[in-house]
Design a protein around this ligand. Structure first.
Ligand SMILES: Cc1cc2nc3c(=O)[nH]c(=O)nc-3n(C[C@H](O)[C@H](O)[C@H](O)COP(=O)(O)OP(=O)(O)OC[C@H]3O[C@@H](n4cnc5c(N)ncnc54)[C@H](O)[C@@H]3O)c2cc1C
Length: 278
């Protein structure tokens, strides 16, 4: 399959990228190319111009003390090797080695594939997405960034520059996913960030991907755990609650239908809670 013909340009600054996006209505940024190029070959995307942002750098995975700064162009392999907790676990489980070596976190979240792993983790960790465009710089909470199937809060002339993950004292986190046997995309993925004291949950955030049209927070399951003892009974209740949380946004196909993924969200929430509190 061949894509429709297109022009190609490399840019050396974020400003230049924004200028190109402004000048050409049909321009698309090119990062790792692992979602955009397959979509072009299938003619699902037909950009007239590809703006290659590889020269921009933006590859940092830096512990700033008060939190982590992850550059938009950081590859999954780089994140798996240099971050920790749920984010590193999710990155390490993406696709295969080639996908992890090329795919970037910025491209991943801009594409907003419902089966992507990082979105659930960023929602659970309370991450902020830093964005620049002709209107200046802004940041958006991850839970407000993912809007629907392949749809985000990003405007057509905007570029994601980095992601900030705040450090929260006493918190631990984990990501558990049921991977598609061929692509490794998440059929269901659940991320949990939790703070416990004497066996009780003081604070918790839960993000879900794969089973839903876009990454969402499971606030009903969070409410069950909040203040409760972390024991088998309360975990089982949270696993019931998450199924109600996602009931309106379920996604499925012939092989892995909606009700199956909904039930699996409960199973994988249990695994993520146990891993985060182990
Ligand atoms: C075989 C295969 C298996 C995969 N398995 C998984 C998996 O298990 N889990 C998973 O999460 N993902 C998986 N992926 C997706 C992969 O992880 C990439 O993250 C994803 O393809 C997008 O990243 P990219 O850097 O390749 O972006 P590109 O394909 O270059 O771009 C994707 C989109 O994002 C836009 N974009 C890119 N960078 C930016 C930016 N900085 N700011 C704004 N917009 C931007 C582009 O214009 C384009 O619209 C898989 C992909 C393949 C091909």
């Amino acid at each position: 399959m061949w894509p429709k013909s297109f022009d190609y340009i490399r840019v050396n600054s974020v400003e230049e990228a924004i200028t190109q996006l402004n000048k050409h209505e049909d321009a698309k940024l090119l990062a790792g190319g692992h979602s955009l190029l397959p979509a072009m070959k299938l003619r699902l995307a037909e950009p007239a111009l590809l703006v290659d942002i590889a020269p921009l750098g933006l590859t940092q995975v830096s512990d700033r003390g008060h939190g982590w700064s992850i550059g938009a162009m950081a590859t999954h392999a780089h994140i798996a090797a240099n971050a920790n907790g749920a984010l590193a676990q999710a990155a390490a489980g993406i696709g295969d080695q080639q996908v992890r070596n090329f795919g970037t976190i910025g491209g991943n979240i801009a594409h907003a594939d419902p089966a992507s792993d990082p979105p659930a983790v960023l929602v659970a960790l309370g991450a902020k997405i830093y964005i620049r465009g002709s209107g200046g710089e802004r940041n958006v909470a991850a839970e407000d960034f993912f809007i629907d199937l392949f749809t985000t809060d990003l405007l057509s002339d905007e570029i994601i520059t980095s992601i900030y993950i705040p450090r929260k004292e006493g918190h631990t986190n984990a990501y558990a996913k049921m991977a598609h046997p061929a692509s490794r995309y998440a059929l269901v993925g659940v991320a949990v960030d939790i703070c416990t004291q004497e066996g009780h949950c003081r604070e918790v955030r839960i993000g879900v991907t794969g089973a839903t049209t876009h990454a969402v927070r499971a606030s009903g399951a969070e409410a069950v755990l909040q203040g409760a003892e972390i024991n088998d009974g309360n975990i089982a209740q949270a696993c019931e609650a998450i199924q109600a949380d996602i009931a309106d946004q379920l996604l499925g196909d012939a092989a892995y239908p909606e009700d199956y993924r909904q039930a699996m969200a409960g199973v994988f929430l249990g695994r993520a809670i146990r891993a985060a509190t182990a």
